[in-house]
Ligand binder design. Structure first.
Ligand SMILES: C[S@@+](CC[C@H](N)C(=O)[O-])C[C@H]1O[C@@H](n2cnc3c(N)ncnc32)[C@H](O)[C@@H]1O
Length: 383
């Protein structure tokens, strides 16, 4: 496909997404209907689509319109590329420019320039203070791909060498001693020896940092109360913890046995949590505001009502999970959110209302640290 044809494909897919379709579904449907497109074409189109979704407000301003065509015009103008050279109408390229394609001549308001919904800007500013604009600017760009080295299988240096045999280039990331950033050929990862033999797993560096900060995991009885696909359960098992995974939706845990087998780890699954544990992790459902580089549609879909609903879910999970912490044990509350309403306010409310709970160490990470935005807080249970 020519560069122009790839842009037209992105325009068509964006127009579908703007009707409310999930991005992944729209991309898959397009791929099925256009089987002539090679893997490089599909990757380039996907990048265009996600770049536009991340920067929807500012690109619509630069493109002079909020549809797929406007967003792609904004993408090009933002990168300093003259769209006229690509919007030629030749072959499958987008139709030539008209007056309707001129940029919006007004100055960009702050929320538009930062690609943040207006209603959210005060809450984010309250949470991030002087870092707000830099964090929001960082969220306008693609997130790096990170791997977690399974130290039970190999050292980080050995993992780098094994990945290099499959032409996957990586570099160490300072957020955790297990973390590698993929710098070339990330798309080959799932076929690589390092992945199939359980030497590396895909996991964001901030998630790794949260587990890396936990002392004394070796031999500890741990309950991962919201285990999902088991990313953090596996990271704790690799540190020598005796991990039990639970999730209200058991189907979310279906890949854990296969992932654990690949990693050489033993993880017990419980559909009904049972017993007392040294450590309970609640990696609760949240706005995902720390991951909006990778899931940009969620940024535009979040509403104040949903945020209130999430806070109710977070408080309720914390109360349920607390019953499984042994006296003298710890709970680790975690979200991939940047918002105080889901983070410090939830743990402060819980410790204020719970006689035997004391707030311990808190860790806050933003995309400026390299990985996703992440919040974690230890809550200690008196003996
Ligand atoms: C952020 S995800 C967990 C991601 C996972 N810890 C990981 O590292 O891959 C949150 C999970 O909480 C689960 N969940 C939602 N409500 C719950 C509840 N009341 N009790 C336990 N799990 C719940 C969801 O099904 C979802 O899998």
């Amino acid at each position: 496909m020519t560069p122009g044809a790839r842009l037209q494909a992105a325009i068509d897919i964006l127009d579908t997404i703007l009707t409310g379709k999930p991005a992944e579904q729209a991309l898959t449907n397009w791929g099925r209907g256009n089987r002539f497109a090679g893997s490089k074409d599909r990757a380039a189109i996907r990048d265009h689509v996600f770049d536009c979704l991340r920067c929807k407000r500012s690109f619509a301003h630069l493109g002079g319109r909020a549809d797929g065509r406007g967003l792609v015009l904004g993408l090009l103008r933002d990168a300093g590329t003259d769209p006229a050279a690509l919007f030629t109408g030749q072959g499958y390229a987008p139709a030539p420019l008209t007056e309707a394609d001129a940029p919006n001549p007004a100055p960009m308001p702050r929320g538009v320039a930062l690609d943040c919904p207006d209603w959210l800007l005060p809450a984010i500013t309250h949470s991030l203070g002087p870092q707000t604009d830099d964090v929001l600017r960082a969220m306008r760009h693609r997130a790096p791909v990170f791997l977690r080295v399974n130290l039970a299988r190999a050292t980080r240096a050995d993992a780098v060498a094994l990945l290099a045999q499959d032409n996957i280039a990586t570099r160490p990331c300072a957020l955790a001693e297990t973390a590698l950033e993929v710098t070339e050929n990330a798309r080959r990862l799932r076929q690589s020896r390092a992945f199939t033999e359980g030497v590396v797993e895909l996991q964001d560096a901030a998630s790794q940092a949260v587990i890396a900060a936990l002392p004394d995991l070796a031999g500890a009885r741990v309950l991962d109360y919201c285990a999902g696909g088991g990313g953090k359960a596996l990271a704790m098992a690799a540190r020598g913890a005796d991990v039990t995974a639970h999730d209200a939706d058991a189907t979310r845990m279906q890949d854990i046995p296969e992932r654990a087998a690949r990693a050489g780890a033993a993880i017990t699954l419980q559909t009904q949590p049972n017993g007392l544990f040294d450590l309970v992790l609640t990696d609760v459902p949240c706005s995902g505001s720390g991951t909006w580089r990778r899931a940009p549609q969620a940024k535009w879909a979040l509403t104040p009502e949903r945020l209130t609903q999430l806070a109710g879910i977070q408080r309720s999970i914390l109360r349920q999970a607390w019953d499984h912490v042994r006296p003298g044990g710890r709970l680790l509350y975690a979200t991939c959110s940047l918002l105080d309403a889901e983070n410090s306010q939830i743990v402060a409310g819980f410790t204020a209302d719970t006689a035997n709970a004391t707030l311990g160490a808190i860790q806050r990470l933003t995309p400026l640290d390299g990985g996703d935005g992440f919040f974690s807080a230890i809550i200690l249970k008196e003996s």
